[in-house]
Design a protein. Structure first.
Length: 633
């Protein structure tokens, strides 16, 4: 049983006491009872002003009364009117009662029983409160709330209609009514009635065969506490709804066995059932085969039936497509060689047993043979064909450290040479081997070089040197759509660009090799260059403006020698970073004069240049130049 409660204090003003004094009648205005969880209450008198006192009064001037401060018990509250503000005198009294919360708890204990025609049951609840007030009681089952109203303090009893399974009843709230005011307590108290489902003992029987020995599997409905099995050998209680039992028949007659089952639920409810199992006698098939191994063409085997006694029928299968239905066939002769499984079946109308024994008729010794003997270029892929006789397993050795047990293997010979291929054919009567030769020719090696890999003149040819080995035929692909079969060709390209050259070669056995040199040759008719001098001399005749012409030699102007230059910017600095000269014209250099018209001081100066070539390539260079006023000799 569980109980939960919160303290509830009910404040009852039990009586209203008149003021004792002279003059106007001053009294306290009646109020409804208060609960402990109510907030402070503003008490009133028939006059407006005065002083309030007593336990629970938290504001004497306003007359605020706090039930939680007052606590349990009876409390006297006093009001003294203000004589200056009112025409009455004297003191008004009243008595306040602070009471306990109402409580409810189950007196009925949890219980369980088996399902019956009437599953109703009484529930008893104890109600307690402050006085002889009336109570409302709330409880729930399966989420549905029920309310009992107008109950008196003490023991309350009511009936509930239970259903099979778990019936959980929960007390959730009790309310005590004090006149026009009600106080309540919320909590949780539980009682559980468990109505056990009446068992229904059912029994299902399954087995592979009804023949002795017969293993029978019995299956009952799951979910019960205990299953007690009876097989005529005493009771066997188990927690399992499945049980297997083996029935045997020693005589040659059919036998019927009685099986009983009792099931019991967790609540002690039970049911029982019975069934019968009929078991039939079964033969034990057996025979002797003598001998179990013969050599072809002597293929006769003697057979003796050793099956257990009984009125059985028989069926022989000799494993070669023939058979017999007699009890004693005597002997059997095979027409071929191999492994033969002889089977004997002994049976009645209901039961059967069989036994199988293997006999061996050995074939003639194997004869190993295969093809082809062949030759070719590496890597050489050879499809071998097995031509052996009387073999049931093969072992190949290809002579290159590789083996196979396939019937017709496909094998790849990676390198040149002669390979002795050996085949071993094995059978029941022994083994045989044979050899063959596979020839793999040596592969040529393509190799070449060019006289140069870079030209700037379309009229300059590339001269190729053929360094191939074991090659007798050639095909050159120059990467520009042209080819050649010459051993060592010369080639001119018509356009600038980067070219891949490929050489294909073949040997006298038509073995091939290829060499590809990617982006091997570069032709750039517009490739540029620039070269700066490291000194120049004063012309001593005045500034020339720095102009110079292509092909002329003038060591009085500092400028670079250029090839295929599209743009040039050049700046001259002193050693302290002062800029003296700048040009953006390829054909204007520095003649050594300053902007003032005076020659610069003899010495070393710093230059920096930004260059763009015709092919779009850009670069930047830095260096120094020595300016001389006189030659040093």
């Amino acid at each position: 049983m569980k109980r939960g409660a919160r303290l509830l204090i009910i404040i009852l003003f039990l009586s209203l006491i008149p003021v004792i004094g002279m003059g106007q009648d001053c009294s306290i205005v009646p109020v409804d009872p208060l609960c402990i969880y109510d907030g402070p209450y503003d008490m009133e008198a028939t006059v407006a002003t005065g002083a309030w006192s007593g336990k629970g009064v938290i504001d004497p001037e306003r007359g605020l009364f706090d039930p939680a401060v007052a606590g349990l018990g009876r409390h006297q509250i006093t009001f003294i009117p203000d004589p200056e503000e009112t025409a009455c005198s004297g003191i008004a009294y009243t008595e306040v009662v602070v009471a306990d919360l109402p409580l409810a708890e189950f007196l009925t204990n949890d219980s369980s029983w088996c399902d019956q025609e009437d599953n109703t049951a009484p529930i008893r609840v104890l109600l307690t409160g402050t006085d002889s007030s009336t109570f409302d009681l709330e409880y729930s089952i399966s989420g549905v709330t029920n309310t009992l109203t107008g109950q008196s303090a003490g023991i309350v009893e009511f009936q509930v209609n239970n259903q099979p399974g778990i019936n959980e009843y929960i007390l959730t709230q009790v309310t005590e009514h004090h006149g026009s005011t009600s106080c309540e307590t919320s909590f949780s108290d539980t009682v559980i009635f468990t109505v056990g489902t009446s068992p229904d003992a059912t029994l299902e029987t399954t087995y592979n065969t009804p023949c002795s020995p017969a293993e029978v599997k019995f299956t009952a409905d799951p979910g019960y506490e205990t299953y007690t099995w009876y097989f005529g050998e005493g009771a066997m209680p188990t927690p399992w709804n499945q049980f297997s039992h083996t029935f045997s028949v020693d005589s040659g007659a059919d036998s019927t066995f009685l099986v009983s089952l009792k099931v019991e639920s967790l609540e002690g409810c039970f049911d029982s059932t019975t069934t019968t199992v009929t078991v039939y006698p079964s033969p034990a098939a057996g025979f002797l085969a003598d001998p179990d191994t013969v050599i072809y063409p002597d293929t006769t085997i003697s057979l003796t039936n050793t099956t257990s006694p009984g009125a059985w029928s028989y069926l022989w299968d000799f494993g070669d497509g023939t058979g017999d239905s007699s009890k004693e066939p005597g002997a059997h002769s095979f027409t071929g060689f191999g492994l033969f499984d002889i089977q004997l079946k002994a049976f009645s109308e209901t039961c059967i047993d069989s036994v199988t024994k293997r006999v061996m008729v050995l074939p003639p010794p194997p004869l190993a043979a295969f093809g082809p003997d062949t030759a070719g270029c590496p890597p050489l892929l050879v499809q071998f064909s097995n031509r052996s006789l009387y073999a049931d397993s093969l072992s190949w050795d290809f002579g290159d450290n590789h083996l196979s047990s396939e019937a017709n293997p496909l094998h790849r010979f990676e390198t040149e040479g002669e390979y002795q291929v050996t085949l071993v054919a094995s059978g029941l009567s022994g083994a045989d081997s044979t050899e063959g030769t596979i020839t793999v020719y040596e592969k040529p090696v393509a190799n070449f070089s060019a006289s140069t890999t870079r030209v700037t003149n379309l009229e300059e040819p590339f001269i190729f040197s053929n360094n191939s080995d074991l090659a007798t035929e050639y095909l050159w692909d120059f990467g520009d759509g042209t080819t050649s079969t010459e051993p060592e060709p010369n080639h001119l390209y018509q356009n600038s660009g980067t070219y891949t050259v490929t050489l294909y070669v073949w040997s006298e056995y038509e073995c091939a090799d290829t060499l590809v040199r990617n982006d091997y040759l570069r032709v750039n008719a517009e490739e540029g260059s620039i070269d700066f001098p490291n000194a120049f001399i004063w012309n001593q005749s005045g500034s020339s403006g720095g102009h110079w012409d292509e092909g002329t030699i003038d060591n009085t102007i500092f400028h670079p020698a250029v090839i295929n230059v599209e743009e040039l910017r050049m700046v001259i600095y002193t050693r302290w970073g002062e800029k003296l000269f700048e040009t953006n014209d390829i054909y204007i250099g520095w003649d050594g004069y300053l902007a003032s018209g005076e020659p610069a001081t003899e010495g070393v100066y710093i230059w920096k240049a930004w260059i763009k070539f015709l092919d779009g390539t850009e670069t930047e260079q830095v260096g120094d130049i020595t300016f001389l006023h006189h030659l040093p000799y």
